[in-house]
Ligand binder design. Sequence first.
Ligand code: C5P
Length: 314
Amino acid sequence: MRSYSLAAPGKINLHLEILGDRPDGYHELAMILQSIELSDIVTITPLSTEAIRLHCNHNQVPLNKDNLAFKAAELMVAKFPAAFAQWGGVEITIEKNLPVAAGLAGGSSNAAAVIVGLNLLWDLGLTQPQLQELGAGIGSDVPFCISGGTAIATGRGETLDNLVTPPEIYVLLAKYRSLAVSTAWAYQTYRQQFSHTYPPDSQALAARKTKLSETDLLQTIAHQDLDRLGKSLYNDLEKVVLPAHSQVAKLRQTLESFPNSGVMMSGSGPTVFALCSSQQQGEELQRQLKAALPEPDLEIWVTKFNSGGVKVIS
Ligand code: C5P
């Protein structure tokens, strides 16, 4: 039986709006998600014993049930016991290129790769919607990580409407290596501080849900208007993460002082991104940022919008 190596791309949030509470304890969201080319590599190899083994080259990544990739493998074993019995266990090796606890969906994308990879390894023949339904049981971003590209995400983040990815948009990502933000903390803190702004009833919630489709953002994506896209970036979680982490607020402010098309924090942070019109502009911005904040803890990448999600590379 062969092994599969899959690229597991990260994502940024071009729009993240918290609409209110959900009965399941999560938040009702309206987002626009965008895959980036910066990816982890997830390799799935059959094992002769009935076990799930996980390896990773990054020492902050848990190698147990706290890892979404491990949870994804467990879910597949539970859902397809006959395939597990027939094919045996799996060894999952994650080559981490995406920063951890960064707001870039690295863990969710690793889980997405495991689901896609086991579908192939075990010859299950599941369709993409079926894989996404399984992924939703692991995390809100997993369904998007499977299909990737550019999408409107609503509900918990698992209900997707695909958009056409604007080509040739580059992204600078900047993150302090030692700083991690818990997504659960960010949402809970938002609830504590801003639940008074949530719509009071289902009618008001429905009205807020339609707001995203009326904004400039969808038009700017359709027209591939980078400067307008940059001006329309939005993230409610900045309201809780930036005041709690002045370093991130300063990073954002510094990036804004140099030429680029728009700056925003991604997801629950603490990664901040800037949109650029070329690789050259991204690299120039990287030089300017390094000179302005010459801190060894600050990591910077230049990547690009990606029109897809998890992909088999070998
Ligand atoms: O779905 P996922 O496990 O990735 O979410 C991580 C945490 O983020 C959840 O436990 C929850 O606290 C918060 N969250 C939320 N509403 C969402 C998505 C995530 O409150 N729609």
